[in-house]
Every structure is written in C-alpha cells, then in structure tokens.
Design a protein around this ligand. Structure first.
Ligand SMILES: [Zn+2]
Length: 320
C-alpha cells in the first residue's frame, strides 16, 4: 500500500511538474497569437566578436505582409516570383520583413548603425531596438555615434523618442549625398526626416565614398536604393565584415535574382547594378555580411551562382 501511495504521489508530482513546465509555453503561444509581429528570436539580439570588435545585431521586429510580389520582382510576372518562392520553401503570397540595427563596439566607441522604426511602431510589436539594446547589456547613454545608412523611416524612426534624442550622448554620421537628397536649406519635405533627422543635423557629420567613421569602419557608396545609400566595411585584426544595409532586402528574391526590380529602390537599375557589385565582392572575398532586412539574426555569407547568389546564414562561425 505504502508503495502504491508513493507511486501515486510520484505520478502526481510528475504530472504537476509537467503542467508547471508546459504553462509558460502555453502563455508564449497565446501571446504570439495576439500580436501581429513575428519574433523568431528569444533574446532578440545576437552578439559575436570580429577581431577585437564586438558586434551585436538587434532585432527591431518583423512585419508580416502580402508579397513578396510585386514589391520584389516588380518587373516580373507574379508566376515567376511565386515559382522562385516555392522552390525555396517560402509561400508565394506572404512574407516577413525584418528590421535589424547593428551595434559595433570597437573598444573605444560604441557605434549604432540605424535605429529601427521607433516608438510609433511599438504598439504593433515593432520598434524594439531600444529594448534589445538594453537586453544585450547596453544603454542608450553609451552610444557614441549613430550611423544612418540612409534616411528611410525604418532606419531613422528610433532617433527621437518623446520629442527628445533617444541617444543623448551621440553624434551622427550619414552620407553627404543622402543628406543632400533629403534636406535642402535645413528643411525636408519628408515628414520622418523633418521630425527625426533635421533636429539632429547640427551634430551630424557627412561622409563620402571611402571615408572612415572611425579606424576600421569605412563607408562605401552603394547608391540606388536611395541616392546616398552607404554600406560599411568593418575590419579588425584582419577580420572583415560588411554592413550592407538595404543593398539586398529579401534573402531569396534579391540575392537569387539581383537584377529584379524592387519597389523600394528609388533608382531600380542603379540598385540592381549596386547589388551585383557589392555581392560579387562579398562572394569573391568570402566576407560575412549583416543585411538590415535579412532574416534575424541577419548575419550570413553569399555563394555566387551562375545566376545570382545563395544566402548562407551564419551559424557558429564567430563562436569558435
Ligand atoms: Zn530598410
């Protein structure tokens, strides 16, 4: 009898334990069912070292929507885009656009590349850059330099919060051509640029092709997506990495078919030429890259194929 009771107790404990373990999973499922945003990462950041630099990708959020056609492959038939998606195990009528700012700690400066969608998007589960930065062990006060790869809303949205600069101790860097495209006589016709960039302009440095942000962080003009869109080459202790920003914005459509037109590219032909120039370089030199809209954690490599490139997500390359 005693043994039986013990067994029953043991079973009860086991069941209780199982119930206790499964409760948080149920809660997570319920929470994700309520929010429209997709969050594939638990922590929302990925930290690794590159030479003596520390690099952290920060997941601002993911937005599901209709597509990729005609946003990607605007000059192609829906059927051709659908076929490429199906070949790559993706749905033809839905896609997720993710947003990934990057923090680079050189040892002497903390540099943030782009800022996410900002407080206005937070209700929809986006605009989480600040939260991710804090989860990764940093604070907004620590940021010395904010680099804007270009001035689209998903990159400048996090610059200002509650009417004040989000990064109180930062100076700002952007491309001269980008600044000149959006801002004339200290004003912008674009509401986002007017509200978020113009107030910070007096504390902003403009770079040209080949200029350094700091030693080991070099700007490279990659025009097309916008006229002054810039990518950044990092180099530390002989290790290299490219921050390619919006050069390629869908890991299949833009990389497998770099010549396809993309609605968000202001100059579609120039953007296609830039995509091929940048990813040829990255493929030939086997340089890892971080793409702002690549699937989180947004770090990977490309292999050059006869037509386009194959995206190879990074796994443990930086951890060993
Ligand atoms: Zn973007």
């Amino acid at each position: 009898m005693e043994l039986k009771t013990d067994r029953r107790m043991a079973m009860k404990l086991a069941l209780g334990g199982a119930a206790a373990l499964s409760a948080p999973q149920v809660m997570v499922r319920a929470a994700s069912a309520q929010t429209p945003a997709v969050d594939p990462a638990n922590a929302g950041f990925r930290k690794f070292t590159l030479g003596s630099f520390e690099v952290t990708t920060l997941f601002d959020g993911g937005r599901p929507g209709e597509g990729p056609h005609p946003i990607f492959g605007e000059n192609q038939s829906a059927e051709d885009v659908a076929a490429l998606m199906e070949e790559n195990f993706l749905p033809a009528d839905r896609f997720v656009n993710g947003f990934t700012p990057v923090l680079v700690n050189t040892g002497s400066e903390r540099i943030l590349f782009d800022t996410g969608l900002g407080e206005g998007a937070r209700g929809g589960g986006l605009g989480q850059m600040r939260q991710r930065l804090e989860a990764a062990g940093h604070s907004v006060d620590e940021i010395d330099i904010v680099v804007l790869t270009h001035m689209h809303g998903d990159h400048i949205g996090g610059l200002v919060e509650g009417g004040s600069p989000t990064f109180p101790n930062a100076r700002y860097v952007t491309g001269q051509a980008e600044f000149d495209h959006w801002i004339r006589d200290g004003q912008s016709e674009n509401e986002g640029v007017q509200n978020n960039v113009v107030p910070l302009a007096e504390n902003m440095t403009m770079l040209g092709d080949g200029d350094d942000v700091v030693t080991g962080v070099t700007a490279m003009l990659a025009a097309g997506h916008t006229p002054g869109h810039m990518i950044y080459m990092l180099e530390s202790d002989g290790r290299q990495l490219a921050i390619t920003a919006d050069t390629a914005n869908h890991y299949i459509a833009s990389l497998r078919r770099p010549d396809w037109h993309v609605r968000f590219d202001l100059d579609k032909e120039a953007a296609a030429q830039t995509r091929m120039r940048v990813f040829d370089m990255i493929a030939n030199d086997r340089i890892p890259f971080i793409g702002y809209h690549m699937p989180f954690p947004s770090v990977g490599f490309v292999e050059k194929l006869d037509l386009g490139y194959r995206y190879v997500p990074a796994t443990y390359q930086f951890d060993i």
